[in-house]
Design a protein around this ligand. Sequence first.
Ligand code: SF4
Length: 323
Amino acid sequence: MKQGTQRETNPFPYSDTNKRYHTYEYYLRHTFGGRVAKISLDAGFTCPNIDGRCGRGGCIYCSARGSGDFAADASLSIAAQYAAGRALVSAKWQPSGYISYFQAHTNTYAPVEKLRALFEEAISLPDAVGLSVATRADCLPDEVIDLLAELSVCTHLTVELGLQSTNDETALRINRGHTLVTFLDAWQRLRARAPRVRLAVHLMLGLPAETPAMMLESVRRVAALRPDEMKLHALYVTADAPLAADYLAGKYAPIDEGVYVDTVVKALELLPPTTVVSRLTGDAPRGTLLAPAFSARKREVLALIDRELFARRTWQGKHYQDT
Ligand code: SF4
């Protein structure tokens, strides 16, 4: 009897390949009718966890560019950064549209009128089909949420909230500068005031002193919120991050690759099938990456995750319980 291929036998509904999770690529293709590229922008923001408003030094993993290492040069205008990003992408493939991605530092940490000018410019650039804004839960006053709600009527808008762990002791250890309660408050106000805005959550695996059970507890709690999008990746150490000193002194050991793959597979099982998984590996800049080495082998890690999902005959949402 003929055996089906991995693709033919894949039971996961939001996939037309062998992927047993809801990839960002699948989502974009089915939302926009073609492939769409994201362009990382740096609007020159800082962060309240760096400039002293809520903390100094930043999260222990924060790089010199505020975790926006792939964004264009902040000294260029938004239009020039976007044009440079388009030129880079279109030299390799032809997207049907672009999403402007405000990634570096905290992209709602400014007066609302400044944000309006930046975001309105970004959504009016040639072939722009969406806007993505990365920020912190403690930088979302109601007037900013109302602006996002207004913009979400005319563009595909995603707000990405860094959380990393739902455990407040971990948040303190990584110098996150806010608690879970702050995150939940912003989440509820975003859902209530800006219902068209898509909400993405970042979690990290391998934070100091966290066990896989603790990591999965964070995933379970976030899954209960039914995020539109999730980003999961291993905590990586770059030479310019505060964590580098602990790593070099042997006080921090990064997550092992096998444990990472196993935990990601279990995490995917806990997520709602409709949640789009837009990242499963870190994007550490090669020049400054200290550890873990597998962070630089993105394709291999993704293939290991695919292989493991198939070997275990499992998929995203297999153990999701709608709470
Ligand atoms: S919230 Fe982002 S920009 Fe701010 S310190 Fe943490 S990683 Fe850096």
